[in-house]
Design a protein around this ligand. Structure first.
Ligand code: HEM
Length: 522
């Protein structure tokens, strides 16, 4: 009677490997021949294993390349890009999949867990829970609430203008993305959390935040494959995750710092709220008044108490911060790039805004800016061409749904991509060209298919906020300055070549950079 001999050990290992192999073969056979999606079109390798997507997104440089492979797969508008999912490329189906309430649409858990904040609206899987969470936020996002933010946004624009002034006439280029991200981030903290931050004035903090948000985007091709990882990491003690990430990916460690900061903001809010409640002060619940922050909005809503827990508020706040800062900043940077590449159109926009703002540079109500044809058309065209969210956006239906002679079984994640609509030449002729004038005579179909903010129950709740931030900052900057592109080109710095949920340019890019010149010749 001896212990485990090396011979026994080798035999056990061998048996284990055989079992593993047998298991893998059975899974592949099931997926190819017996799975409810077995007969759907698409490459057999992609249908067999998610490692196929992993290879293109993570292993094949520069990462986030699966979308190119998906393009190649689409012989027909419907394909099975991985064992579980159906992807459709057909504008007519967009409004069916991303339908408004009362149609029930759940999110696909692996896709919603990706950002590590499943308690925020964007990460919420269940349709009904999502609807209530979204409603609790809605008082911060109503048209009236957002319009009332103009004064607050204006204060941050003054700082933005000051920074551009300090570069004016110097040879020092500005990286538009970094500075505009600092602007949109300061605005979100102020409006959504009632907290003053200083990213615009503190260039080191601004660059650190930009690196962190880039790092999270660039990690998404990986997080997509191991969606549970982010949420688990965030559950570990802060010092431990900080220690681990600082060694693996320091920029992601910076993002943890932001999580910690937002956690502290929520804790301070809860402490103050409890104090006020004890002393009988009742927060202003007047439906007509904008809540002081998203935390007040959640607290004053009819959500049950567990939905108002600090961790839920923290994840909602992170969702709004990440969703609201990066997207608008990128679209703004791209709008300036396209205008600089099209001097005739830039001159028209500059004249329009100068006529309204005058020498004083005083901003009118945003309603006036919205009537300016070239500014409006340029923002719209930039939103279309930039198509900020590039990822597949899978939703899960409770019932079977027919498409093109197929019946897609209930509970199958079905996805579509926004750029497939916005860059479709049949809808938008010469779709990859910046042509704001197309919006002057837009057809009903073009207006309907203008979907940079998505559609349906899960569409962007912050679009009005994004428009105000963009109109006000563009009008202020373009009426005051002329710019010159600095070492920036479409292929390397602008075109999206990696799908990282948000579309990323080449890793070789140093961003869209400009030199600030003196006042424009109007
Ligand atoms: C140009 C700017 C923007 C673009 C192109 C954009 C685009 C989108 C898209 C396509 C979605 C749907 C994503 C999905 O289905 O997972 C989304 C969701 C969302 N966006 Fe935006 N967004 C922008 C600006 C903003 C701003 C400024 C805010 C906040 C102030 C914001 C907050 C959100 C939130 C909270 C969600 C989740 C909504 C929900 O699930 O109910 N976004 N956005």
């Amino acid at each position: 009677m001896g212990g485990l001999t090396p011979g026994h050990f080798a035999l056990s290992l061998w048996l284990l490997l055989c079992l593993l192999l047998l298991y893998s073969i059975s899974i592949v056979l099931y997926r190819l021949f017996f799975h409810p999606l077995a007969k759907f079109p698409g490459p057999k390798l992609a249908a067999s294993t998610k490692w196929f997507e992993f290879y293109y997104d993570v292993v094949k440089r520069p990462g986030g390349q699966f979308f190119q492979e998906l393009n190649r797969m689409h012989d027909s508008p419907i394909v099975r890009p991985n064992p579980d999912e159906i992807h459709i490329r057909d504008p007519a189906f967009f409004e069916i999949l991303y339908a408004p309430n009362p149609t029930i649409r759940h999110k696909y858990p692996p896709a919603s867990e990706m950002a590590g904040v499943p308690l925020g609206t964007q990460g919420t899987v269940d349709h009904h829970v999502h609807k209530h969470r979204r409603m609790a936020n809605s008082r911060m996002f109503s048209k009236r609430a957002v319009a009332s933010a103009q004064g607050l946004i204006h204060e941050h624009i003054k700082e933005l203008v000051r920074i551009f002034e300090s570069h004016c006439g110097t040879d020092k280029p500005i990286d538009l993305h970094t500075i505009l991200l600092a602007y949109t981030t300061d605005v979100i903290y102020d409006y959504m959390f009632d907290i003053e931050t200083d990213y615009q004035r503190n260039s080191i903090a601004a660059e650190g935040w930009k690196r962190s948000i880039d790092a999270i985007a660039q990690a998404t091709p990986f997080s997509k494959q191991v969606p549970w990882l982010n949420a688990r990491l965030l559950m570990l003690p802060h010092w431990l995750t900080q220690f681990l990430l600082a060694r693996i990916q320091p920029d992601l460690a910076g993002l943890l710092g932001v999580h910690k900061h937002v956690g502290e903001i929520v804790a301070a809010y809860v402490k103050q709220r409890d104090l006020e409640q004890k002393s009988g002060v009742n927060g202003d619940k007047n439906e007509n008044v904008r809540p002081k922050s998203i935390f007040h909005s959640i607290d004053q809503s009819s959500l049950p108490p567990h939905e108002k827990a600090p961790l839920r508020m923290e994840q909602e706040a992170i969702t709004v911060l990440a969703a609201g800062s990066e997207t608008s900043a990128r679209v703004l940077a791209h709008t300036i790039y396209h205008l600089l590449e099209n001097p005739d159109i830039l001159a028209k926009v500059q004249k329009e805004v100068f006529d309204v703002l005058g020498e004083s540079g005083q901003l009118p109500d945003v309603k006036v800016l919205e009537t300016l044809p070239w500014l409006t058309a340029s923002v719209r065209e930039s939103l279309r061409l930039r198509a900020a969210i590039t990822s597949r956006l899978p939703l899960v239906l409770e019932k079977d749904i027919p498409y093109g002679g197929w019946i897609i079984p209930a509970r199958t994640p079905i996805s579509m991509c926004i750029p497939d609509i916005l860059h479709n030449d049949d809808i938008f002729p010469e779709a990859m060209k910046f042509k704001p004038e197309r919006w002057f005579n837009a057809t009903e179909r073009q207006n309907r298919m203008f979907v940079p903010f998505g559609k349906g129950t899960r569409m962007c709740i912050g679009l009005d906020f994004a428009y105000i931030e963009m109109y006000m900052s563009l009008a202020s900057l373009l009426s005051r300055f002329d710019f010159e592109l600095y070492d920036t080109n479409w292929e390397r710095d602008v075109r999206f070549s990696r799908d990282c949920f948000i579309g990323e340019a080449s890793p070789a890019s140093a961003g869209i950079r400009v030199k600030v010149l003196a006042k424009p010749e109007i």
